[in-house]
Design a protein around this ligand. Structure first.
Ligand code: PAF
Length: 288
């Protein structure tokens, strides 16, 4: 696996990889890799000839009181994991390469980025959209792969790619990959390592309550009461009052009071012991 940390090396490496018309699958990450990231890499390998991964802890998507300094950094370990997965190229730029002095551009996706995590983390999705747009222009992949765990992020990136008429990747070539879970159902996340053993045990209530809430809504239980009960279960397990527990349209993320014919999703964000966890699951519309 080649490692590039300057744009010049990246461009030369990409040109060599694309010789003979080979397709590029791209997995952007912030490192601290786990099985969830490796599932993205494996999906990219299935769909494309060569896989490029980026590792960049993006300061622009962290708020002033968030965990930028503490965010786990383990480049040597990550490199070994990517090598073992057959990744062709790792793009690992320094902050000065991504944001040189005088950098002044922000990409802001209205609407879909405004509620939910966008409300709790002002500026977060501007930081995500800006860095992902930059990464897309640098790597120019045929396809790009993101986890469905960050469901709003996926919607923001698809909207950005569609609105800017991106060709590489085209909005339709931005692929959402199902969430990878621990044995007890907790969605894999680099932030799970912040949980104490007690918090980690309690955190398993999140996927359990979410799954039961989804099943209740699918069975025709009233949405508002079901979501309130889900939030109550989290608080009883030791979570703070959730930032949100909501049923949304799976494409627009518009809130729904009832399940209709279109695909829907329950989205949850809640803190436990200072660590903010998010999760979401699809809700199947009732037949007939
Ligand atoms: O999901 C992430 O790891 C980050 O938000 C991303 C997409 C790599 C942008 O920094």
């Amino acid at each position: 696996m080649q490692i590039a940390s300057t744009l010049d090396v990246l461009r030369k490496a990409l040109a060599a990889l694309q010789e003979g018309g080979a397709t590029i699958g791209f997995v952007p990450t912030m490192g601290a890799l786990h099985e969830g990231h490796l599932a993205l890499v494996r999906r990219a390998r299935e769909s494309c000839d060569r896989v490029v991964v980026s590792i960049f802890v993006n300061p622009a998507q962290f708020g002033p009181n968030e965990d930028l300094a503490a965010y786990p950094r383990q480049l040597a370990e990550d490199t070994a994991m990517l090598e073992a997965e057959g990744v062709a190229l790792l793009w690992a730029p320094a902050v000065e390469v991504m944001y040189p002095a005088g950098f002044a551009t922000v990409i802001s996706v209205k609407g879909v980025s405004e509620g939910l995590c966008g409300a709790a983390r002002p500026g977060h999705f501007d930081g995500v959209a800006t860095v992902v747009a930059k990464l897309f222009h640098q790597v120019r992949p045929d396809m790009a792969f993101f986890g469905e765990k960050d469901y709003q992020q996926l919607a923001v990136i698809r909207t950005m790619a569609r609105d800017l008429d991106l060709a590489r990747p085209h909005a339709d070539a931005i692929i959402g990959v199902p969430t990878v879970r621990e044995a007890d159902g907790l969605a894999m996340s680099s932030r799970n390592r912040y949980l104490s053993p007690g918090q980690r045990a309690a955190a398993a209530t999140l996927p359990a309550a979410l799954g039961e809430g989804v099943a209740a809504i699918e069975a025709g239980e009233p949405v508002r009461e079901t979501l309130a009960a889900l939030g109550g279960r989290l608080v009883a397990a030791g979570f703070e009052a959730p930032d949100y527990v909501t049923l949304v349209d799976a494409a627009s993320l518009a809130p729904l009071d009832a399940l209709g014919d279109a695909p829907a999703r329950v989205l949850v964000a809640a803190r436990i012991g200072g660590t903010r966890l998010i999760d979401n699951m699809a809700v199947n519309a009732r037949p007939g």
